[in-house]
Design a protein around this ligand. Structure first.
Ligand SMILES: [Zn+2]
Ligand SMILES: [Zn+2]
Length: 444
């Protein structure tokens, strides 16, 4: 073997090795890591993504430890969540932050912006967060762990941000009451303590009714303050996690959480190509196995006051599609195609709220947010059929009126519309979905 040949072979090996290292780094950089449950257990249908903010490349172990502390040793060790742990699947994705001009890969920044949060964010933050987790995890919501030794948390759009220093304050446990259970805060903020509640609450853990919806629940009462207002609205129990995060859920709230979790676990599957299946309702026939379907997750910005919508992204997501029919909030979306309702889903809680925690003793304020990003699942389509115009679904958002606690199925929504009991808030046209599915850029 000549020297030239040895050198050439060595070069080939070096190039191949370099290519392998490149592939390895790129192929694994954004791959999700299973946090919970550990095999052989299989995960439940409520998927949570956890991502890192402000952690440098050498700090992946610190992030992994924080994930274990927040998720495994706190959230899923909690009295309530531990009993329902089999309903959850938690995966984390580590993306290192490189110190430089920006303090975050996702546009987060310490210091108050327009909200009461101790952190502010950019107009494209939710898009950036969603892009990391949507295709691989398709989470019900995303937890962002910020590498800051402060005690604060903040929730908006599809994510909850918690600082490392907030560990132990049960912020996630409380926050999932909002995001999964659609529960409201059971206190009034200072500036609304003497303000009458605007509107009606007849479901959930706050009531404006003289006879509360939880009437008959043992030891329940009608205690002043709920949903941030002090006058004309009431909660049921003195002690509850939705009032003080370190407490347990009160019986009313744990009942609603059970309902919400059941919405995922006893899936009411809807399908565009097949009739709506609602098996398992009466407990006689088992629920059908989840169909390994296809769907497109649409991230859409919705303005509650102007009714404007802006499609931010469309992402193919795997798996079966759970539509939420239980009355866990006042907003519902409907997927319509060719004049026919294909799916309806209740959005838990009030998406037009920002939830902010600034230290554990003070209750957190939740200022209204007119303009929020909402993730909508369109079942039984894929991006290419949206892009080529073969499929033309539209999304309509409604606010429910005084309609009681019965599930909002497609049939029921149709009835409510004829009775004028729902108000259209905003709409996404098929053309907007087509444009973004074709790679168009959102233009506000
Ligand atoms: Zn809250
Ligand atoms: Zn409660």
């Amino acid at each position: 073997m000549t020297l030239a040949r040895i050198l050439r072979n060595a070069t080939i090996v070096a190039v191949l090795f370099g290519a392998f290292v490149w592939w390895y780094l790129h192929a694994t950089a954004a791959a999700p890591v299973l946090v919970f449950p550990q095999p052989p257990a299989t995960g439940g249908p409520i998927r949570i993504a956890v991502i890192a903010d402000h952690f440098q490349s050498g700090e992946e172990q610190d992030f992994n430890a924080a994930v274990q502390n927040f998720i495994v040793h706190s959230l899923l060790a909690d009295t309530y969540y531990a009993q329902h742990a089999s309903a959850f699947t938690v995966k984390s994705i580590f993306e290192a932050w490189t110190p430089g001009s920006s303090p975050s890969k996702y546009g987060f920044q310490l210091g108050a912006g327009v909200t009461n949060c101790r952190i502010s964010w950019a107009s494209n933050t939710t898009s950036l967060v969603d892009a990391v987790v949507r295709a691989s995890i398709d989470p019900a919501f995303t937890v962002i762990i910020g590498n800051y030794d402060y005690n604060f948390g903040c929730s908006q759009d599809t994510w909850s941000y918690v600082a490392v220093g907030s560990l132990g304050n049960r912020i996630l446990e409380h926050e999932m009451g909002h995001t999964i259970g659609g529960l409201d805060d059971e206190f009034a903020v200072e500036q609304l303590r003497t303000t009458p509640y605007p509107g009606i609450k007849e479901v959930g853990n706050c009531t404006t009714l003289v006879t509360p919806q939880w009437n008959g629940v043992a030891s329940s009462g009608r205690l002043p303050e709920c949903d941030l207002y002090g006058v004309g609205i009431f909660h049921a129990f003195k002690d509850c996690r939705m009032r003080v995060p370190v407490a347990d859920f009160c019986p009313v709230c744990s009942g609603q959480m059970d309902d919400a979790i059941n919405d995922y676990t006893s899936a009411i599957l809807t399908s565009i190509e097949h009739p709506i299946v609602t098996a398992g309702f009466f407990g006689f026939q088992p629920a059908p196995p989840p169909r390994s379907g296809r769907a497109v997750s649409v991230l859409v910005r919705v303005n509650n006051t102007t009714g404007k919508t802006l499609v931010l992204s469309t992402t193919d997501v795997p798996g079966s599609n759970v539509q939420h029919h239980r009355r866990l909030g006042d907003y519902v979306y409907e997927i319509i195609e060719g004049g026919q309702t294909k799916a309806t889903s209740v959005i838990p809680g009030d998406p037009f709220h920002t939830h902010a925690y600034n230290g554990s003793p003070a209750p957190h304020a939740s200022p209204a947010a007119d303009d929020v990003a909402i993730a909508v699942t369109i079942p039984d389509v894929n991006r290419s059929s949206l892009a080529n115009g073969q499929r033309t679904p539209e999304i309509i958002f409604y606010k429910l009126g005084r309609v009681g606690a019965d599930p909002i199925t497609p049939q029921r929504l149709a009835e409510l519309k004829t009775q004028d009991l729902v108000k259209q808030v905003a709409k996404v046209d098929a053309s907007a979905l087509k444009y973004i599915a074709n790679g168009g850029k959102p233009m506000p």
